[in-house]
Design a protein around this ligand. Structure first.
Ligand SMILES: Cc1cc2nc3c(=O)[nH]c(=O)nc-3n(C[C@H](O)[C@H](O)[C@H](O)COP(=O)(O)O)c2cc1C
Length: 409
């Protein structure tokens, strides 16, 4: 379950081009279980209609401060009391300036000024990169930071004006994750987690490789959830197109050998190791230095050798973390998972069916978690929800003290 479930989020929209992303933001917040109310500045209504936000939020949209009817309904004070968090996205340079000097010249700035101290105020700036770097904006941002606002972004990239720079609003999916992080109890505060994700690629020649269908989504979801729960996450990732989860530090690798080396470099101080990557079991014995050309044969033989078994290596370390392995299976799920648990001396194994519309590449999954004395089934859900559920099981199984564990073989 998302940490936003049951939370009341007041979305403030100011007049920037990124306002067109807010219906998706509202949908994602509601999918996470939040109730959303929207307040728009006058300028924002030139970029997107209140009707669109009313339809997506399923609540009336508020735009005016001096509106008799609105004040008789849920007025500015009630709105500011109602919210668990206010997220202004996009936050324009103008809105930041008005907040920084404490103006209350429209509904959004007025309710931000009368927020109870318990209410989180988060801004997702979006503007041309020159505006973002301007001395006045930098000073306003710093003033707001010293007052305890939470700043989400901006990010670097192509801007609506056609220029490239720092000033793009974070994508809705990232904003929801950032907001979620603020509400999650810090179960793993300060603990080091090492997580592998994605496929590996084993080169055949300079243009071809052996790989698999892993998208990395499950491992990235675990990294995002662990980080939100306060863990210091190192994510060792095979090739994927996924953005680095907020708060995680990412090491990119390509082959099984590189993944092993990266894992062994950092595993020493780790409390928990979660091996979610789909590491190739075999690689070509030799990588051809040039592209292999066809020579008229109808068949060719590729000779393969075993790759490093990263999970078994970490599990066999004299001083090792709590080790969680993943088993992706197309048959005999439980038997294969239990074999892996015992054979490699793991603390826990997480098994999932692959094939059909589950597992690789999908946004959903279903997991069966096994450890020496028990098991738990996590039914089909989003990979992020499963990540939180899995981390809760891990938290309950972690030895109370000792980081990392001292295991004698
Ligand atoms: C087409 C267009 C796009 C704009 N995009 C942005 C933007 O992305 N960020 C920004 O800070 N201002 C942007 N502005 C300027 C704001 O709309 C302007 O400063 C306005 O007064 C902001 O009002 P508000 O902060 O009350 O919403 C844009 C203006 C126009 C005409």
């Amino acid at each position: 379950m998302s940490a936003l479930s049951g939370k009341r989020i007041l979305l403030g929209i100011s007049g920037g081009i990124a306002a067109y992303k807010t219906p998706e933001l509202v949908r994602r917040l509601r999918d996470a279980g939040a109730t959303v109310r929207v307040v728009m500045t006058q300028a924002a209504t030139a970029f997107i209609t209140p009707l669109t936000l009313q339809a997506t939020s399923a609540n009336p949209v508020h735009t005016a401060l001096l509106d008799h009817a609105a004040e008789a309904g849920m007025g500015h004070i009630e709105l500011s009391r109602w919210a668990d968090a206010v997220l202004v996205a996009p936050a324009t340079a103008d809105l930041m300036a008005r907040l920084a000097v404490g103006m209350a010249d429209d509904l959004l700035t007025t309710l931000c000024l009368c927020l109870p101290t318990r209410t989180l105020l988060c801004l997702a700036p979006a503007m041309n990169h020159v505006m973002w770097a301007a001395g006045a904006t930098v000073a306003n941002r710093d003033t707001l930071l010293t007052r305890g606002i939470h700043l989400f972004g901006p990010t670097h990239g192509k801007q609506a004006c056609g220029e490239t720079g720092l000033g793009r609003m974070e994508e809705p999916i990232q904003l929801v994750a950032a907001l979620e992080r603020l509400f999650v109890p810090k179960l793993f505060a300060g603990q080091q987690f090492l997580i592998t994700a994605g496929p590996t690629r084993e080169a055949i020649d300079p243009v071809r490789f052996l790989s698999n269908r892993s998208s990395g989504k499950m491992g990235y979801a675990i990294a995002a959830a662990a980080s939100a729960l306060g863990a210091e996450v190192t994510l060792v990732s095979g090739p994927t197109n996924l953005p680095t989860p907020q708060g995680a530090s990412r090491i990119n690798v390509v082959s099984a050998k590189e993944m092993r080396d990266a894992v062994l470099d950092v595993v020493n101080d780790c409390r928990v190791f979660i091996a979610c990557a789909a590491v190739a079991d075999y690689r070509p014995v030799a990588t051809a230095p040039q592209k292999i050309k066809k020579k008229g044969e109808q068949a060719m033989t590729l000779v393969l050798e075993r790759t490093e078994d990263i999970l078994a290596t970490v599990s066999g370390l004299p001083r090792r973390p709590f080790v969680v392995g993943f088993a992706a299976e197309t048959e005999n799920l439980e038997t294969n998972a239990l074999d892996k648990l015992q054979g490699k001396g793991l603390d826990m194994v997480v098994a999932n069916w692959v094939g059909g519309d589950l597992g690789f590449e999908s946004d959903d999954n279903a997991l069966q978690v096994y450890w020496a004395e028990g098991q738990q089934i996590l039914p089909r859900a989003s990979k992020l929800d499963l990540a939180y559920a899995l981390l809760e099981i891990i938290a309950n199984r972690l030895p109370a003290n000792g980081s990392p564990q001292l295991i004698t073989h």
